[in-house]
Every structure is written in structure tokens, then in C-alpha cells.
Design a protein around this ligand. Structure first.
Ligand code: AHR
Length: 541
């Protein structure tokens, strides 16, 4: 076997004068990793007859903020652009998103939402005022992408819009009128204004966020104060002409359990859902690390940190259970994903980062976690869809018209079959590994080397995802499909030469899915061999 290179020397170099304790911890981690790479066969039993919970398609949700080149240059180039477009929407990006079957798209922020005044983004484009994006690099934008452009895009993509309303710097009246503008079909002032702007019928809106990160960029509020504001704002978000709004309160950041507790106590069932933001990030100040230059130790740390979301969900859900044992209030992880340093040479504050096979693992592992919690997790929106943070798509910032699909895109595409499938419980055994911790997890985190999820699709077939986190060991797994006799198994694999591999404009297909042939089915037992650093999705019929 080989020991993975996490090495004491790296630790000593990083911590110039490591204490004995640091050295000891490092030695323990290195030893733990060295033994864990001697992986035995993994075994699993999937209880095909015991599926109860639907995996909401909204767990595959996306997020588009007026931030950097997510909207301008990403989704939208305008009708007069040299870059091929459909009524101003960038065609290559549109086609790729259509193929992804995205179920829901959150907009316009993020922090931007609490400074966005929707009336500036309607009517003739030449009359729309410019604005400074104070949250994200002070960029001046011309409001050419507004309510009509967003909602029409959702219709074209066939996805639900999720509107994030301004509570931080807006008014109750402003948000109430926005809801009327979008959803009223009657003879109302805002419906008339919409018609004047060229849209006869109201759009179909379900998901409405009342503020974003109200504890921070959304107003720096205390939870008690925000809870009162939520109660007030939500009253005036009326339901016009058969609209049924799903109102979402601005929820906690990661480990802020008190926020959830106060909202459950003071808002309770007045909200349909409450959000949660969890980023796989090293810390909120200083270097977050490069998206593509990292070592094996950084990679394993990332896996541990991303999987910690399960513990965070469990703790928020337990608080929710106390006031809502019937689980009527959804937990919406409406921002999640990796957050690395901005790419050198890009505009500060635009959060443009590359996306490697490590990011693909974060996507696969996080989605597997969400599947397990569909009794509470009603939606999740990876941040963000194009050109920002852990995106699906990167477009060339030099305006050459090039685009690449990221490894994260491929995971979402390979996992499509999980949308609306029935989650299947599984008993599972495999080796585990202790990875480096951080301030929160001082002793390191213990993670299973193989990460998996299974579901029954509406056509009766079984879909299984298997992510082998190990960088150097293949994992053999025997899966007993309890109560299911399959005839055929097909599969696809996303893998790489190096975990740092990524796609760029010169080499757009370094990481891409391929057919997977290493799975065999004998009656109700499936055997597969998953190569190191690979994500496999199998389909059994
Ligand atoms: O996704 C980027 C930013 O992260 C969002 O605007 C904000 O809500 C969060 O802090």
C-alpha cells in the first residue's frame, strides 16, 4: 500500500514552530490515513422496498446573483452582442443549462438582493437607471437584466423562479408591489404596469425569500428583530389569482443554531421554509486557498469540511423538530458549495474561481447528504450557476465567447435521475479515514472512503451514486439489492489523472464523464469496482 502524502513536513513548514502537540496530531493523522488506504471490500444492502421519501427536484436548485459575471457575461449578453444569443441570453450557456434540467433558480441575490430595487429593472432599457453593486466590487451595472429578463429565462428553461426580496434596504410596500407586479392577473395597478411593459399574463411564482442573510449583509439584524420584520413583510406579500406562495425566512449561517431557534419560536408556521447557508470554506478572512493548486491534505480536509454539513443539518433540524414535529417547515440550503480564492488576474470582488475534480467531489458528497435529509431539506441552491464560486459553467472573461462545463456541472448532469426519485435507505460498511480538522474539528474528522446514495426512479429502475474519495485505492463493493432483481446495469464515471484536474478554455474536456463498465449484476447482487478519485452513477433496470 502507499501512504498518502499528507505529511508531517508540510505541517512543519506551514506552522513554522510546531508544538509537540501539533507534531503528534500530524503523526496520528498520517498514521490513520496510512492504515485506511488498505481498503477492504465495502458492502451495502439497499432496502429497495422501504423507500418512502421523495428527493425533491429542488435539491438540484441553482443560484444566480448580480455578482461578477454571473448575470452580465454569463447568463446575459444582450441582444446586440457578438456572442450568439437568444433574445440576449447567451446561447451556449442557455443550452447547457437546459440540458441540466435545472428545477429552480434563485435570484437576484445573495447580498445583492437586499440592495436591489426592482423598479429600476423594468420598462424600456434606455430609461433604466444605472446602479453601483456595493457588495461586489463596486461594479456599475445598467439594470438591463431585471424582472422580465429573469422570469422569461425561467420560463424558457422550464424551471421555477425563486425570488429573493429586499428587506434590508427596501420597504414593505416595495416588496408587496413586486409580488403584485409578478403575480396579479387582475385590474390592479402593478398588473397594469406589467402589461404596459409588454407582459400580459402574470408569471407563476412560488418561492419567495423574505430577505437574505439578515444577520449580515442583509441588515446586520438580531434574530428577534428579523423575526418581527419577517412577520410584517410576509403579511403584505399577498397571494393573487390562485398563486400559492412558499415564503422563506432568511435563515442561519452554518453553526448559528440560535438563529433557527428564535425563528422557530417567534415566526413558526408563518414561514413555509427557513434557509441555511453552508460554504465549504477555510475561513472568512485571508486566503481561502487556490481552486486548483492544492495538495492531498487540502483535498482531504475539503471532503471532511463539506461532509460536516450533515451534522449542521441534523442540528438545525432537531431544533425545528421541537416546534414542528410534523416537518411542515422546510429547511432550504439556498447557498452552498466551495469558496476559494479568486483566480489571479480577475476582478476583485467578482468571486470568479476555477473548478477542479475536488469540487466535483464536494458536489457529489453534498447531494448525497441532501438526499438523506429530504424529510426536512426541501431545496438546495449551489452557489452559483455561472462564473461565481462553485459554478456549473465558466465563460471566458476576455469576451472571446468561449465556455466550459465544469466538473461540478458533470456531477449535476450525472445525478439528474435522482430528481423526484424515491430515496432508498441503505446499510453500508466501508473503511474510514481521519482527515485534518480545523478550529472547529481539532481532532480531525472521520469520513467514510466511499460515499453513496440510492433511489428508485419513477420508471422503477434504481439509481446508485458511488464516490470513491480515496486518492490512491480502488474500492470494490458488493451491493445487495434487497427485494429487487435487476436485468441490466449501465453506468457512467467521472474521474481524473490528478485530483487538481479541471477544464479550461484551452482544454475544455480534461474532466468529463465516460461509460463505466466495471459493474456486474448477478440476480440481486451488484458488484462494482470504483477506481480511486472517481464518481460513478449506476442505473439498474
Ligand atoms: O454567494 C455569495 C454570497 O455569499 C451571497 O451573496 C451571500 O448571501 C453569501 O454571503
Amino acid at each position: 500500500y502507499s501512504t498518502q502524502k499528507i505529511p508531517l513536513l508540510t505541517y512543519i513548514k506551514k506552522n513554522k514552530n510546531p508544538s509537540n502537540k501539533t507534531i503528534l496530531t500530524s503523526l496520528t493523522l498520517t498514521a490513520a490515513m496510512a492504515t485506511s488506504v488498505m481498503a477492504d471490500n465495502a458492502t451495502a444492502t439497499i432496502h429497495v422496498g422501504q423507500g418512502q421519501q421523495k428527493i425533491y427536484k429542488e435539491i438540484y436548485g441553482q443560484f444566480a446573483e448580480h455578482l461578477g459575471s454571473c448575470i452580465y457575461g454569463g447568463l446575459w449578453v444582450g441582444e446586440n452582442s457578438q456572442i450568439p444569443n437568444i433574445n440576449g441570453y447567451r446561447k451556449d450557456v442557455f443550452d447547457a443549462l437546459k440540458a441540466l434540467q435545472i428545477p429552480v433558480l434563485r435570484w437576484p441575490g445573495g447580498c445583492f438582493a437586499d440592495e436591489y430595487h426592482w423598479m429600476d429593472g423594468i420598462g424600456p432599457k434606455e430609461n433604466r437607471p444605472k446602479m453601483q453593486n456595493n457588495n461586489w466590487g463596486g461594479t456599475i451595472e445598467d439594470n438591463s437584466f431585471g424582472t422580465h429578463e429573469f422570469l422569461n429565462l425561467c420560463e424558457m428553461l422550464g424551471c421555477e423562479p425563486y425570488i429573493s426580496g429586499n428587506v434590508g434596504s427596501g420597504t414593505v410596500e416595495e416588496l408587496a408591489k413586486w409580488v403584485e407586479y409578478m403575480t396579479s392577473d387582475g385590474d390592479t395597478p402593478m398588473a397594469k404596469l406589467r402589461r404596459q411593459n409588454g407582459r400580459e399574463k402574470a408569471w407563476k411564482i412560488k418561492f419567495l425569500g423574505v430577505g437574505n442573510e439578515s444577520w449580515g449583509c442583509g441588515g446586520n439584524m438580531r434574530p428577534e428583530y428579523y423575526a418581527d420584520l419577517y412577520r410584517r413583510y410576509s403579511v403584505y406579500c399577498r397571494e393573487y389569482d390562485g398563486t400559492k406562495l412558499y415564503k422563506i425566512a432568511s435563515g442561519a449561517s452554518d453553526y448559528d443554531y440560535n438563529w433557527t431557534k428564535v425563528l422557530m419560536n417567534n415566526v413558526g408556521h408563518r414561514m413555509n421554509g427557513v434557509s441555511l447557508h453552508y460554504y465549504t470554506v477555510t475561513g472568512w478572512s485571508g486566503s481561502k486557498g487556490s481552486a486548483i493548486k492544492f495538495n492531498d491534505d487540502d483535498y482531504y480536509w475539503t471532503m471532511g469540511k463539506c461532509l460536516e454539513i450533515e451534522d449542521v443539518i441534523n442540528k438545525h433540524a432537531a431544533i425545528m423538530d421541537q416546534k414542528d414535529p410534523k416537518k411542515q417547515i422546510g429547511l432550504l440550503v439556498d447557498e452552498w458549495g466551495t469558496w476559494w480564492d479568486e483566480e489571479p488576474g480577475t476582478i476583485a470582488g467578482h468571486l470568479y474561481q476555477q473548478n477542479s475534480m475536488r469540487d466535483a467531489f464536494v458536489a457529489a458528497l453534498s447531494l448525497n447528504v441532501f438526499h438523506r435529509h429530504t424529510d426536512r431539506v426541501r431545496m438546495a441552491n449551489i452557489a452559483q450557476v455561472v462564473n461565481v464560486l462553485q459554478s456549473m459553467i465558466l465563460t471566458d472573461q476576455k469576451g472571446t465567447g468561449h465556455m466550459v462545463l465544469t466538473p461540478t456541472y458533470h456531477v449535476f448532469e450525472m445525478y439528474k435521475g435522482f430528481q423526484e426519485a424515491t430515496y432508498l435507505p441503505m446499510d453500508f460498511k466501508c473503511d474510514s479515514i481521519t482527515v485534518r480538522g480545523d478550529k472547529r474539528a481539532k481532532e480531525g474528522r472521520k469520513i467514510a472512503m466511499l460515499n453513496t446514495s440510492a433511489a428508485k426512479q419513477t420508471d422503477g429502475s434504481i439509481i446508485i451514486s458511488l464516490a470513491n474519495i480515496s486518492l490512491d485505492k480502488a474500492q470494490k463493493i458488493d451491493i445487495n439489492l434487497d427485494g429487487f432483481t435487476g436485468k441490466t446495469v449501465t453506468g457512467r464515471i467521472l474521474t481524473c489523472k490528478n485530483i487538481t484536474d479541471y477544464n479550461d478554455f484551452e482544454k475544455p474536456e480534461t474532466v468529463k464523464p465516460a461509460d463505466f463498465k466495471n459493474a456486474k449484476l448477478k440476480k440481486n447482487v451488484l458488484t462494482a469496482e470504483i477506481p480511486a478519485k472517481s464518481i460513478v452513477v449506476l442505473n439498474i433496470k
